[in-house]
Design a protein around this ligand. Sequence first.
Ligand code: A2P
Length: 282
Amino acid sequence: MTLDMTIADQPAKAVKTLPDAQIVTEVQHYTDRLFRFRVTRPASLRFRSGEFVMIGLMGDPDPKLGKQKPLLRAYSIASPAWDEELEFYSIKVQDGPLTSKLQHIKVGDEVILRPKPVGTLVHDALLPGKRLWFFATGTGFAPFASLLREPQTYEDYDQIIVTHTCREVAELTYSAELIESIRTDEMLAELMGEGFADKIVYYPTTTREPSAKMGRVTDLLRDGTLFKDLGIEGISPQTDRAMVCGSMGLNIDIKEILEGFGLREGANSDPGEYVVEKAFVG
Ligand code: A2P
């Protein structure tokens, strides 16, 4: 794992050259497939924890006209609404149009950020409940990194169960470190009340490398292993609420499981018992 210089170590750039440009302030690589970065936040940007924005870089020049167009993708904001910077958690796809370039960004570089946040993984889209489930695979953890640092999450719920399924143990580093940092963060404790982090139950699993808990979360739900491990009876539409963000397969399978427990899908305009968003950049 490597942590690049922070922006304080960099010479200041006088003029931004891209439209809607923000400056990269931190980059951290976890594996050859995953990294996180932080950028400056536009002063006017307001968003709800869990939402996403379009970010990107200028694409290659058009071979005929020589013109460049922005290459944008939807990225969940991984930082909470109160943070003065914005954080993103990204996959690196070697032949991906955007992430093949984005993975090389350095502190001081510019990225394009369209300041129009949207999304359904927001508290407003859920009816009141007691227990909140986050189901994530891979970089689908990003919106939950935001919501886990959002005071309302702890105000609204008695317990937050965070499941994260990845292929390998190293791919769990971001969620494991984030949750550990939340547990030891004095500022968050002051903001949200001492002991708030005791509400978090972290349930990481791997599918292709041995670890303490192996298997897809969907299989562990179906065969009851997850409930047995956590000492929980099951999922009930009276008490349980869920947010889902991962691959298309995860989203489809979890939907079916949650509907099987009697939960109904919600939206901003019509709150329900669970909400789903796909992890966009695959
Ligand atoms: P698997 O290794 O069995 O495919 P990816 O890195 O491809 O985005 O996948 C991230 C994780 O999501 C992997 O551990 C993968 O498991 C898991 N996964 C893929 N499809 C599903 C699904 N339908 N339900 C649950 N987990 C899934």
